[in-house]
Design a protein around this ligand. Structure first.
Ligand SMILES: Nc1nc2c(ncn2[C@@H]2O[C@H](COP(=O)(O)OP(=O)(O)OP(=O)(O)O)[C@@H](O)[C@H]2O)c(=O)[nH]1
Length: 237
């Protein structure tokens, strides 16, 4: 089998961000795509997405980032958009213990509606708001690390959308995790004598599309050294 992707072809990856309401999903997307931060970010209703092109290890990617509504009442509006995802960021806020505990449900909800195989799917755990004072921190690195090991999630990173810490790095980590899994899938297909055709062109939406108009009440805002790991080794960005 050969990888039939032409050189310099841009790869479109659908990245979905999940997590409880208020952990900072919209802010992470906006920081990554527009390098902006909004202290008074509104609750997302349904889903929104934005595109950003990046290059990782010499390969070009268009990341189509789907920001979902974390509030339970919007469940039916967000779940239809999980299908076709290439990467899932499971996000919590380091100052919100319940949002960390909620990760298990987010993972289950994603697996149910995206209809993907867990062993072949790149989940990345993102602990946002790492800018908060240490006394406000409610989730330790050890806890996250053992949670990730238990659920075979190999990448974890702490971010701050507020001060831009590790936001770009989180998406690069996600792409690298996707690359690793893609290579292992290619190896498996090779072992079974199958061929994959990566030459088909993909039509990209050009701009931000709001599938459900964002509205609602403004939320209240809610320095530690950020951490990350990936497959038990450090990443260089
Ligand atoms: N201190 C701090 N506050 C943040 C950070 N990221 C987001 N916030 C604040 O957290 C609040 C919620 O942010 P959002 O991005 O709207 O949260 P969300 O996860 O998209 O929420 P839903 O749309 O309801 O699911 C806002 O007041 C942000 O200003 C961060 O890195 N640090």
């Amino acid at each position: 089998m050969t990888n039939m992707r032409p050189p310099n072809k841009t790869i479109l990856l659908k990245v979905v961000i999940l997590g409880d309401g208020g952990v900072g999903k919209s802010c992470l997307m906006n920081r990554f795509v527009s390098n902006r931060f909004d202290e008074n970010s509104f609750h997302t209703i349904g889903v929104e997405f934005m595109n950003r092109d990046i290059e990782v290890d010499g390969e070009k990617y268009t990341l189509q980032i789907w920001d979902t509504a974390g509030q339970e009442r919007f469940r039916a509006l967000r779940t239809p958009f999980y299908r076709g995802s290439d990467i899932c960021l499971l996000s919590y806020a380091v100052d919100d213990r319940d949002s960390f505990k909620g990760l298990i449900q987010w993972r289950e909800e994603f697996l149910k509606y995206a209809d993907v195989k867990v062993e072949h799917f790149p989940f990345i755990v993102v602990g946002n708001k790492c800018d908060v004072e240490s006394q406000q921190r409610k989730v330790s690195l050890e806890e996250v690390s053992s949670w990730c090991q238990e659920l075979h999630v190999s990448s974890f990173i702490e971010t701050s959308a507020k001060n831009a810490t590790n936001v770009h790095e989180a998406f690069v980590l996600a792409v690298r995790q996707w690359q690793r899994l893609e290579k292992s899938t290619e190896r498996e297909m090779h072992a079974h004598g199958e061929t994959i055709d990566l030459t088909k062109s993909v039509k990209l939406p050009s701009q931000k599309i709001s599938c459900c108009a964002a509205a609602g009440s403004a939320q209240n805002s809610r320095s530690n050294s950020p951490a990350m790991f990936s497959n038990n080794r450090h990443e260089n960005f």
